[in-house]
Design a protein. Sequence first.
Length: 484
Amino acid sequence: MSKAPTIALISPDDAGSGVIMPLFSRHDYELRPVVNLAELLAWPVSEQAELDCVVVPLRLRDGSSGVGACLQLKSNSVLTNTPIIGLAQTTDKPILQSFFEMGADVVLLQPFDADLLYLHIGSMTRQRRAFAETIQSLSVKISSKGEALDILNLAPSPMIVFSERLDLEFINNAALTLLGLEQQNGSQDALWIKENFEELIVNHRPSRPTPKNALGVEPAKLPANLAVTRPDGLVCRFAPEIVELIDKHGRIKYIALILHETAQLSQLHHSLLLGQRTRSVGLMTTAACIRLIESAYLGSGSSVLNCSQEFLEGLPKKSRLNLCLTRLLEFVDLLLSSGISLRVDVEENLDLAVTSTDLIQLLGQMLLYASEFIGGHGEIRIKGKSDSPGNSAAIEISCISKRGLPFLPNPRLSRLLAGKFDEDPSEPSHSKLGFGLIAAQKIAQKYRSAIEFKSPSEQEFRVRVKLPAIKKEAEKEASPSSTT
C-alpha cells in the first residue's frame, strides 16, 4: 500500500486502553482516535469517506458496548460500507456472535497480536481502495452504461435504477431477491415496479420542482418503514432512499431507489422490547420477594416465608399440565443459561388431581436441579402422558450435560435463603424451606407418590414422578326414544 491505512479508533475503557493503544505503535497507520461514537458520526462527510477501517473495542470509554456501536455505524449512510474490526476481551460465544451480527467484519480476541491486526487492516484497506478506484474509473467512463450497471450489481443493498424520465434501467440481484422477482427488465417485473414505486419517486425525489420547494418548504419525508406485497404474495419491509446520479456536466443521469431492508432491525427492536419486559418482570419479582422477607429483617416474629406454604393451600386439586408448564417455563427461562436447550413433549389437555401451586413447585424444583446438573451447556427434555386406564400420569425430566467437569451440587440461592431469610425466632434450629429434589419429594408424598431418580452416566440423569390424573368422563350416549 502506497499510503498508510486511515483508521478511526473508538476509545476503549480504562481497563482496555493499556492493551489496545500500543497495538497501533508497531506499524504505520494514519490513526484518528475518537472519544466516543458520537464524535465520529459528527465528522464531516468528506472525512468519514476517507476512512479505510473503524476499530471498535467491546467495552468503550463512555460505558457503552461496541456491539451497539457496530449497529449504529452500519446504519450511517456514509460509513455503512466501511470495514469494522472488533476487539473483544472475552471468549463468550453469544457476545462474539452479536458482534458479527451487528456488523463487525472481523473480531480479534485477547491477547491481541499487533501483526495480525495489521494484516487484517491491510487486507480490508486494499479491497476498499480497489473498489473505490473502480467506481472512480466508471465515473470517467460514464458512457459505458453496461459496465457501470454491472458494478452496481455487486452492491449489498437492494437497488433499482431509473432514467431521468422514470423508465426502468436496472435492478440489481439484491433487489431481485428482496422483491421476489425472477429476471432483470422483464416486462411484467417492469410493470410491477412502475405500479409500486413510480409515485414514491415522483413525490420524494430530491430535485422535485414543486411550489412548496419554491417557497422554501421541504418536501414530505420518505416513509421510515414501507411495506410492499411481492408478486408471490409475501410482504417485504424496507426503508427507501432516493439518490440522483449526476454526470460530470451536472445533469441528472439516473435516479437510484435504494431499499434498506428493515426486517432484521424490526427483529432486533422486538428482542430489545422483550428484554425490557423481562427486566421489568425481574424487578417486580424482586420487589415482591423483598416484601415477602421484610418481616424477617425487621425482626417482627416469624418470617413470612414460613407461612407461605399455608397461604398456597386451599386451591382445588385440579390443574392442566401444559398450562402450568407454560407458566413455569416463563419463569425458569430467566434462570437458564443460553447454552441450555429445552424440549417439551406433553399430552395436551391432561388434567391432574394436583393443585396448580404444588405442580409448579414440584416441576420447578426438578427443572432447577436439572439446570444445576447440566452446568450451563446441555439439553433438558420434559415428557408427560397419561397411562392407558387414565388414572395417573407420568412426568419425566431428563437431561444430558456437555460440561467437562463432574457435577457438584451447588444450590447457592437455596442455601442463602435457608441460612438468612428462613429463620424462625421461635425455632432457630429448624427451617421449613425445602429445596431441590428433597422438596419435590415432599410434594410428591402428599399425593402418595415418589420421585424416581436414575443416572445412567456422569453426563446424564432422569427423574420421574407419577401423579394422579383426572379421568375424562365418557360421553353419555343418549338413546333415541321412539314415539308411536
